[in-house]
Ligand binder design. Structure first.
Ligand code: DX5
Ligand code: ZN
Length: 221
């Protein structure tokens, strides 16, 4: 069986109790903590900045995956990495000098560099940058909010990217973000996803540890 990682998105967590929510996610077997950064420009919502990442860093030793849904991401990536990010993704639609952005993440040494792409953006937009990446984050909802429905046509997009990456022979992970639930997680894993982000499916049911165990059980069985 191919390995997979579960990355709960804290966007749907109870922010008044964030430390405990992350502890419960860890208890359930979370592999990565996914943090959604939104600026009110690139997406119609505002969320969190480096100080929250710093706080998350203090309560977990899991890798922190920072998904930058912001304009001018280059201006902020060093702050997020200093705050404790282990993975950083910038949007192909938000970064004008994408190659420079990826190089910039890499100059900080340890952080993995990724590119996120919106549902309507074809994977062909990665053609001249793919080999530079540690991971690609495929958005399967329009970014901005948790709790939206997975867009079904994204399955074939993931599958296509999987085939392309396998052809390169490089170790580039595919992360899928948006609408991941018990009802579709096996299909998403099945078409080649390595890292499954889940926000509302983990934190909206009241028992994050159990929800993660249930998501994993669907794939494992
Ligand atoms: C959406 C964010 C996602 C979101 C996922 O813009 O990037 O990470 O939190 O939430 P769910 O799993 O509820 O779709
Ligand atoms: Zn995200």
């Amino acid at each position: 069986m191919r390995r997979y990682l579960i990355a709960p998105s804290i966007l749907s967590a109870d922010f008044s109790n964030l430390g405990r929510e992350i502890e419960l996610a860890e208890e359930g077997g979370a592999d990565i903590i996914h943090v959604d950064v939104m600026d009110g420009h690139f997406v119609p919502n505002i969320t969190i900045g480096p100080i929250v990442v710093e706080a998350v860093r203090r309560v977990t030793s899991l890798p922190i995956d920072v998904h930058l849904m912001i304009e001018n991401p280059d201006l902020f990536m060093d702050e997020f990495i200093k705050a404790g990010a282990d993975m950083l993704s910038v949007h192909v639609e938000g970064a004008i000098h994408l190659h420079r952005s990826i190089q910039k993440i890499k100059t900080f040494g340890h952080a993995k560099a990724g590119i996120a792409i919106n549902p309507a953006t074809p994977i062909a937009s990665l053609e001249n940058i793919l080999t530079e990446l540690d991971f690609v984050l495929i958005m399967t909802v329009n970014p901005g909010f948790g709790g939206q429905d997975f867009i079904p046509t994204m399955l074939s997009k993931i599958e296509l990217l999987r085939r392309w990456i396998d052809e390169t022979g490089l170790d580039i992970k595919i992360e899928v973000d948006g609408g991941v639930k018990k009802s579709n997680i096996a299909d998403i894993y099945g078409v080649g996803c390595d890292i499954l982000v889940a926000g509302s499916a983990v934190f909206s049911g009241g028992d994050p540890a159990r929800s993660i165990r249930e998501l994993k059980a669907v794939i494992d069985n």
